[in-house]
Design a protein around this ligand. Structure first.
Ligand SMILES: *Cc1c(COP(=O)(O)O)cnc(C)c1O
Length: 425
């Protein structure tokens, strides 16, 4: 028995599924999870000392690779002053200034501890600000696991939300309506059917939780126009895209500003951090200034702020970073696409900059329905092949490949070589 198997067996007795987040369980690829011991740069090692090229990057945060010296040193320096005070600190002001001075739509920001918390708070704020209850999200977009966001569409776009998870009250899910990604008509219909009741539309400006699905030309600006027409707020969930597509995230990349923006993942440099921010008149509704309550014992934690600040400072100061990452992503994903084309394997490769997904389907993937046509058995065999050849991908067809600044030519060549030796079963 390997050490991973041993640890998994033990954990399975004590932790549901042996994991603290279901995506780590490898269930959809028919395997037991590998337990990780350490990581450096773009490489990661499991407890049996197997080495992999890491294409997960902790699901997004590690955009500079693992063990970045700036981040490690900042954390190491911070711990000696104390791990948590439950009181205001200088670093919270610093990170707020760094973000608000670089991202025009974010005039004020509040730090929380996860992307889930950021979205949950942003939704409450949108409702508090508009005095309306209903929220529109898009099918296949993930916004964390708070009750009102665990809803996808029923059969038609006009159906009321039904919960995705046991334990979500139907009453809560009824205020979450779902439209189809890249389909402005479906959004417009919901607005028409719920006049003066929509508090906000929330969207992943690049969907990355049904695999990577890009917004088509005019989709994001169309959402914004409909929100303005109907007096609803536009929430960009930039938990993945923030500080990844550009320092200013999808807002900067596509040149579109949202009313409220949520962050997570990269913002914490690998520590548990989330944030939501936006226009001043909206953010001023948050307690203690306003009536929308939101709090956190560990929010703005000094160690988490030190890590996040170090990572964000590096990303903002090195303005070549995002261009280089985009070039790397563009050429890497094109080569993957070429290799699979050469093999005659039916697939669709969606990518933007350092994010990409290989869908094993011959359909173009523009929304959740399309994504679901993928051959998940084929993905599972591809995943296992890559793992056997030293490449760790997210263990699901419906997740992204994340490249980082530390994926060098050597690592990417090794990944391409592994793709090249894949044989369709
Ligand atoms: C990961 C993610 C979340 C949830 O963040 P957590 O830190 O896991 O709670 C929310 N929205 C998007 C777009 C995400 O990718």
């Amino acid at each position: 028995m390997t050490r991973s198997e041993e640890l998994y067996r033990k954990a399975g007795e004590l932790i549901p599924g042996g994991v603290n987040s279901p995506v780590r369980a490898f269930r959809s690829v028919g395997m037991d999870p590998r337990f990780i011991k350490r990581a450096r740069g773009s490489r990661i090692w499991d407890v049996d000392e197997n080495e992999y090229i890491d294409l997960i990057g902790s699901w997004g945060p590690m955009i500079m690779g693992h063990g970045n010296m700036d981040v490690l040193e900042a954390v190491q320096k911070a711990i000696w002053d104390g791990l948590s005070f439950g009181a205001a600190t200088e670093k919270e002001g610093e990170i707020a200034e760094l973000i608000t001075s670089s991202i025009p739509s974010v005039e004020m920001i509040r730090m929380v501890n996860s992307g889930t918390e950021a979205v949950m708070s942003a939704i409450r704020l949108a409702r508090g600000f508009t005095g309306r209850d209903k929220i529109i999200k898009f099918q296949g977009c993930y916004h964390g696991h708070s009750d009102s966001m665990l809803v996808k569409a029923g059969s038609g776009a006009m159906t009321q939300g039904t919960p995705d998870s046991a334990g979500v009250p139907v009453g809560v899910s009824q205020d979450t309506l779902t439209a189809q990604y890249n389909n402005l008509n479906s959004l417009e219909q919901l607005f028409e059917a719920n006049k003066d009741n929509i508090a906000a539309v929330i969207v992943e400006p690049v969907a990355a939780n049904m695999g990577v699905v890009l917004p088509e030309q005019g989709f994001l600006s169309g959402i914004k126009a409909l929100c303005e027409k109907h007096g609803a707020l536009l929430i960009f969930d930039e938990v993945i895209t923030g500080f990844r597509l550009a320092f200013g995230g999808a807002q900067e990349y596509f040149g579109i500003e949202a009313d409220i923006v949520t962050y997570g993942k990269i913002i914490g440099g690998g520590m548990p951090v989330g944030a939501y921010g936006g226009r001043k008149d909206i953010m001023k509704k948050v307690a203690p200034l306003g009536p929308v309550y939101q709090a956190g014992t560990l929010s703005g934690n000094p160690i988490a702020m030190a890590a996040g600040l170090a990572q964000l400072k590096y990303l903002r100061e090195n303005d070549w970073f995002y261009g280089a990452l985009k070039d790397k992503g563009d050429s890497f994903f094109k080569e993957v696409d070429d290799i699979l084309n050469g093999k005659g394997i039916a697939h669709t490769l969606n990518h933007i900059s350092s994010l990409g997904s290989i869908f094993f389907t011959d359909k173009a993937v523009r929304n959740y329905e399309d994504a679901k046509t993928s051959d998940t058995d084929m993905f599972a065999s591809f995943f296992r092949h890559m793992l056997d050849h030293g490449v760790l991908m997210a263990p699901s067809q419906f997740e992204a490949i994340f490249l980082s600044g530390s994926h060098g030519e050597e690592e990417l060549k090794a990944v391409l070589k592994a793709v090249n030796s894949f044989k369709q079963q």
